[in-house]
Design a binder for this molecule. Structure first.
Ligand code: ZN
Ligand code: ZN
Length: 345
């Protein structure tokens, strides 16, 4: 029987990846499409990708597929041809990561989920095929010169904080499902303006654009391929780059630089900084921005409290962690929840 799941420990897999000398390319892609039999598509995909030594994180749902992966660069063409041979993925665009060391993933995980992007929408009349118009980098630049255009960032706060498009507004919530109705409320009086939505790779803003249309907005656009594709195109075509700062990505790298400009500050001392890190205290693991000096001063922890725990023997640390929530998903923490713990920068 074909292997449909990996059987080696995570630690072992990571070690193997770092021993690998073959260059890898990190890519992401998504497609909204109706997939009837998600389970058998998942198994088929796993078999084919595993053969090509692909690592990554892929979600499949009835509404489509969302994939972030790394592939040995020598296998990239074969992978592309295979994926394009799948009827609903024909011609799908791959976002290739900039500033890439190929060490983003070390295992292949493909999961079937309810949705590829959790949106909290239960209305069966909501239709992903009625979505906003795509804009490319050229159209984005010219449309954003128009005073009647509003640019909306559909990512989370910690992503917006380190980098965003000029004049983009933030929808201040933790989760995409909360952001959708919030965006509708915030823009209620701007229904005749041009609304351009964007996110990292396009998957969230594509859904958001459909949601705005569903709520009566007329001139809704979304940035094709998201920030990643925009930046690549701007470079290629020598366009002015309206994205300032750093683009946050969800893998081991936690961000890729797009301009040299740093627009965010260390959460501990307020110095300009755009390095995200996780608090070294395992019982906290908070995701926050920390400069090098503060990392030294606080032993890579988010607070003196965490530092004192971190400096205790492991046995005592375990005692403290007991009874506390384990494995908190840091990526969902908002500024709001960060505030009590971190300085107000
Ligand atoms: Zn600092
Ligand atoms: Zn901490």
């Amino acid at each position: 029987m074909a292997v449909l799941h990996n059987r080696v420990s995570q630690k072992e897999l990571k070690k193997l990846l770092y021993q690998e000398t073959e260059p890898r390319t990190t890519i992401s892609f998504y497609q909204y499409a109706k997939i009837e039999d998600t389970k058998s598509f998942r198994d088929e995909l796993y078999k084919n990708l595993n053969e090509l030594k692909v690592f990554g994180r892929i979600y499949i749902a009835y509404e489509g597929i969302n994939a972030q992966l790394s592939v040995p660069s020598a296998n990239f063409e074969t992978l592309k041809n295979y994926l394009w041979s799948v009827s609903f993925l024909k011609g799908v665009r791959f976002n290739v990561a900039i500033d890439d060391d190929g060490k983003s993933f070390w295992v292949l995980k493909i999961k079937v989920r309810h949705k590829i992007v959790a949106d909290g929408i239960n209305d069966p009349d909501f239709d992903m095929s009625k979505k906003g118009k795509y804009v490319d980098a050229v159209q984005f630049n010219s449309l954003t010169n128009d005073a009647d255009t509003i640019v909306v960032d559909m990512r989370n706060h910690y992503e917006y904080e380190v980098g965003h498009f000029e004049n983009a507004i933030e929808i201040p919530s933790d989760t995409f499902r909360e952001q959708l109705p919030m965006a509708v409320n915030m823009l209620q009086n701007e229904k005749d303006k041009n609304i351009i939505m964007y996110c990292t790779g396009g998957i969230r803003c594509e859904k958001a654009s459909a949601y705005m249309l569903y709520n009566g907005f007329k001139n809704v656009f979304h940035l094709e391929g998201g920030i990643i594709h925009y930046v690549n195109t701007a470079k290629e075509k020598n366009l002015s780059n309206k994205f300032k700062g750093k683009n946050f990505v969800f893998d081991d790298r936690l961000g890729e630089k797009i301009s040299d400009e740093v627009i965010s500050k260390c959460h501990q001392c307020g110095k300009l900084c755009d390095e995200h890190t996780n608090c070294a205290n395992d019982g906290c693991h908070l995701l926050f921005i920390q400069c090098e000096e503060c990392a030294k001063k606080y032993s890579d922890c988010c607070s003196e409290e965490c530092q004192s725990i971190y400096n205790m023997p492991e046995g005592e640390q375990k005692e403290i962690r007991k009874g506390k929530m384990n494995g908190i998903m840091i990526f969902n923490k908002s500024r709001h929840r960060l505030r009590p713990k971190l300085n107000n920068f």
